[in-house]
Design a protein around this ligand. Structure first.
Ligand SMILES: Cc1ncc(COP(=O)(O)O)c(C=O)c1O
Length: 420
C-alpha cells in the first residue's frame, strides 16, 4: 500500500539520528522522561502542580522571582487595557511608545547608548548575526555557542559570509583561527557570556584583546547573565571589560527579567543599522506591548537599592544549595550563576534520578545527551530568589536519599563556588 507524502515526510524525519535517539528515550522511559510537562498551577514560592502532584519547581530561569512580583503583574494587566493584547505590526512600520521607553530604560541600566528589543534571544541571534556580516566578512563562533548563534551562522554562511569555530573559551585558538583565515574585511566573534549548562564564564578580557588585535568585534550572548550577574544585573561585559567599545551585547528579557523578549545593547548608530539588517526585526512581529510596560518596571527595580536585596536572597539560596551539595560530596558544576548541575553520568540513571526527586516533591531538569556530552548527564537545578530555605533543605535531603540508593559520582569536599 502506498503511503501519502505526509507519511513519507514523517518517516524521513524519523530516520534522523537525533530523532531516533530521543524517541528511544520517550518510548523506554515514559515516566522518567519528564519532558513536555503540563503545569496546572504555579505558586508564589515556586510551587507547581503537575499530573496531580505538587512539586517545588527548580527548573525556572526566572531567577529573581519577578514573575510573581505584583508590580510586574500589575504593569502587564494595566498595559493590556492601554494597548490591547498585541498591536500586530512589524516594528519596521510602527512601535508602541512603551517599546521606545523600554529601550531607553534598558540602555540606561545597561550603560550603552541604545538598545534594540527583539521578541527573543533566538530571534535576535538569527536576525542580527547574519545581518552583521556579508561576503567579504568572517563570523567566528565559540564551538559551544548557543544553538541560536549556530543557526544564525548557517544563515550568514548561506548568504556568503565565511564561518569558522574556535575551541571553547580559548583565546589562543581564537587568535589561530583569525590568523589562519587570511584576509577579511571585518570579523565578528560570537559566544555566550555564561554557559548555561556549566555556568562557566569565558575569559572576555583575553578574547577581546585578540579581537582588537585582529579587527574583530565581540558579540556576547549574555542571556543567562542578564539581571543576575554584574553590577545591578547588567551582565558580564561591562564588569569584565569596563566599556562596550568593541562589543555588541545580547540580553534576555525572558529569564532574570521575567518578562518576554531580548535586546541588543549597542550605539545609536548600530541600533539604526541593526534595524535595517535584522530580518527577524523587519519580517516578524514585536514583543506584545504589555510585556514592554513590565520591562520598564523591572528596569526600575534593577536600578533601585532593592535589587541588592533581591540578589542577596538569590545568592543566599545558591550558597545554601551549593554548600549542601558539597557536603554530600556530589560533583557540582556551576555556582557562578544560579544554575547548579549535579553530575549523574549515565543517561538512564540521570532520568531515573530526576523521577526520584520528582516523586519526593522536587522538579529539576534531567539533562542528557545531546544537550550535554554522552554519559555526562546532569540534574540541572535552577535556584530562584523566591525559593524558601525549607524547599532547598528538602531538595538536599532528597538528593541525600538518592545517593543512598544509587551511586552518584563524588568529588573531594571543596568550596562549591569554585566548582565550575
Ligand atoms: C545563551 C542563550 N541564548 C539564547 C537562548 C534562547 O533564548 P530565547 O528563549 O529568548 O530564544 C538561551 C536559552 O536558554 C540561551 O541560554
Amino acid at each position: 500500500m502506498s503511503s501519502s507524502p505526509l507519511q513519507n515526510l514523517g518517516q524521513a524525519i524519523r530516520q534522523h539520528g537525533l530523532v531516533r535517539f530521543l524517541e528511544h528515550y520517550v518510548r523506554e522511559y515514559p515516566d522518567a522522561h519528564l519532558k513536555g510537562l503540563v503545569v496546572d498551577h504555579l505558586g508564589p514560592r515556586r510551587e507547581m502542580d503537575v499530573n496531580g502532584r505538587r512539586v517545588i519547581n527548580f527548573g525556572s530561569d526566572s531567577f529573581l522571582g519577578l514573575d510573581q512580583d505584583p508590580r510586574v503583574q500589575t504593569a502587564i494587566a494595566q498595559a493590556v487595557v492601554r494597548w490591547g493584547a498585541h498591536n500586530g505590526a512589524s516594528r519596521a512600520f510602527a512601535s508602541v511608545r512603551s517599546n521606545e521607553e523600554a529601550e531607553e530604560k534598558l540602555a540606561t541600566w545597561l550603560g550603552t547608548e541604545a538598545a534594540l528589543i527583539y521578541p527573543s534571544v533566538s530571534l535576535a541571534n538569527l536576525g542580527a548575526l547574519p545581518g552583521l556580516v556579508s561576503k567579504r566578512d568572517l563570523l567566528v563562533l565559540d564551538e559551544h555557542a548557543h544553538n541560536s548563534m549556530q543557526e544564525g551562522a548557517k544563515i550568514a554562511q548561506a548568504n556568503g559570509a565565511r564561518v569558522a569555530m574556535f575551541s571553547h573559551a580559548d583565546p589562543a585558538d581564537l587568535e589561530r583561527v583569525l590568523t589562519d583565515a587570511g584576509e577579511y574585511r571585518i570579523a565578528v566573534v560570537a559566544l555566550d557570556g555564561v554557559y548555561s549548562m556549566t555556568g562557566a564564564l569565558p575569559p572576555l578580557v583575553q578574547l577581546n584583546e585578540v579581537c582588537l588585535r585582529r579587527n574583530a568585534v565581540l558579540y556576547v550572548d549574555d542571556a543567562h547573565a542578564t539581571a543576575v550577574l554584574g553590577h545591578k544585573g547588567r551582565g558580564t561585559v561591562l564588569d569584565a571589560l569596563g566599556n562596550y567599545d568593541n562589543t555588541l551585547v545580547v540580553g534576555s528579557l525572558s529569564k532574570g527579567f521575567s518578562c518576554f523578549g531580548a535586546f541588543i545593547g549597542c550605539t545609536k548608530d548600530f541600533k539604526f543599522l541593526l534595524k535595517l539588517r535584522s530580518s527577524t526585526f523587519i519580517f516578524g512581529g514585536p514583543v506584545p506591548p504589555p510585556y514592554l510596560d513590565a520591562v520598564c518596571v523591572v528596569c526600575d527595580i534593577l536600578n533601585s537599592d532593592e535589587y541588592e536585596q533581591i540578589h542577596a536572597r538569590l545568592e543566599g539560596n545558591v550558597r545554601q544549595l551549593a554548600e549542601g551539595a558539597a557536603k554530600l560530596g556530589l560533583v557540582v558544576l556551576g555556582g557562578q550563576t544560579p544554575i547548579l548541575s549535579v553530575l549523574v553520568g549515565d543517561e538512564e540513571a540521570t532520568l531515573n534520578a530526576g523521577l526520584f526527586l520528582f516523586e519526593r516533591g522536587f522538579y529539576v531538569q534531567s539533562v542528557t545527551f545531546p544537550a550535554v556530552p554522552y554519559h555526562a548527564g546532569v540534574l540541572r537545578i535552577q535556584v530562584n530568589a523566591n525559593h524558601t530555605g525549607a524547599a532547598i533543605d528538602g531538595l538536599l535531603a532528597a538528593l541525600a536519599e538518592l545517593q543512598r540508593r544509587v551511586v552518584l559520582p563524588t568529588a573531594p569536599t571543596k568550596d562549591p563556588r569554585q566548582a565550575a
